[in-house]
Write a protein that binds this ligand. Sequence first.
Ligand SMILES: Cc1cc2nc3c(=O)[nH]c(=O)nc-3n(C[C@H](O)[C@H](O)[C@H](O)COP(=O)(O)OP(=O)(O)OC[C@H]3O[C@@H](n4cnc5c(N)ncnc54)[C@H](O)[C@@H]3O)c2cc1C
Length: 258
Amino acid sequence: MQLDYTQLPLVDSAEVVVVGSGSAGSTAAIASARMGADTLLLERYGFLGGTSTMILDTFYGFYTPGDNTRRVVGGIPWEIAQRLAARGMMLERPSSYGAGTAITYDPETLKVVWEETAEEAGVRLRLHTFCTDVLVESGRITGLIVDGKSGLGVIKAKMFVDATGDADVCFRAGVPFQPAGEDGPSAHETGQSQWPLSPPARGRQRAYHTPPRRSRHQHDTRRLRRCNRSDSTDESGDRGTQTGTGICPFPAQRGCGL
Ligand SMILES: Cc1cc2nc3c(=O)[nH]c(=O)nc-3n(C[C@H](O)[C@H](O)[C@H](O)COP(=O)(O)OP(=O)(O)OC[C@H]3O[C@@H](n4cnc5c(N)ncnc54)[C@H](O)[C@@H]3O)c2cc1C
């Protein structure tokens, strides 16, 4: 059954509407608002950050992989990392599997940092708002169909950014796409899934599950875990949060979970 969208109320409009407030969407919305555009950021959940605040506690990708790691990402993402650091909720450490320097953070603080940075930039937020469909006229998206506590409605804009992580907006607009796994292994072949795996992926899966030899960094991480749990005295004799990789800024009583 196709709903008659012409009967739906116009609930908002903006110059730029960003759908999805993960790292990509929040960054895009902050950049857009700082450039002076009236920017609306839609998010189906009640907080910003997407996977970065829902699931993860470590950013990779700021630094090049390997031992001689070098930071290659700046801009708004680095500003977010610095805002975490200013709150004492960010720790740079060697990655356990050669991905270069990793940035471990407290995800609850990151929710606050994303929102604060977006609001300072002038981004308007609409949380608990799910984009279910789009309006297309002459090959251009002219509006979104959104759902929430108030029911269905329309949001209009000159420009839309699909940052849903799943290309929901593009899909609804009829943009062609290639299904994952059609031409080769897809992202589900991580070694943790129940999906049938191709022979090369099975090899990778075995490698994934073979316990690696303990590296210097894994040793450091174990110390980090231990010192945060106890919040007392670590192996080096320092109180609280001194670790082999540096000073862990997360006080144990906050339960950062490392
Ligand atoms: C298993 C796994 C482990 C990973 N581990 C790491 C790691 O340790 N470190 C690291 O740096 N990266 C990691 N990554 C990669 C990282 O998660 C992604 O690169 C990053 O989250 C992508 O950000 P994004 O903003 O594009 O999407 P997302 O973070 O997925 O954000 C999408 C946002 O859009 C919202 N949304 C979706 N659909 C709609 C809709 N229709 N209407 C309204 N809102 C919508 C979602 O609620 C979400 O907030 C991992 C990825 C996976 C899958």
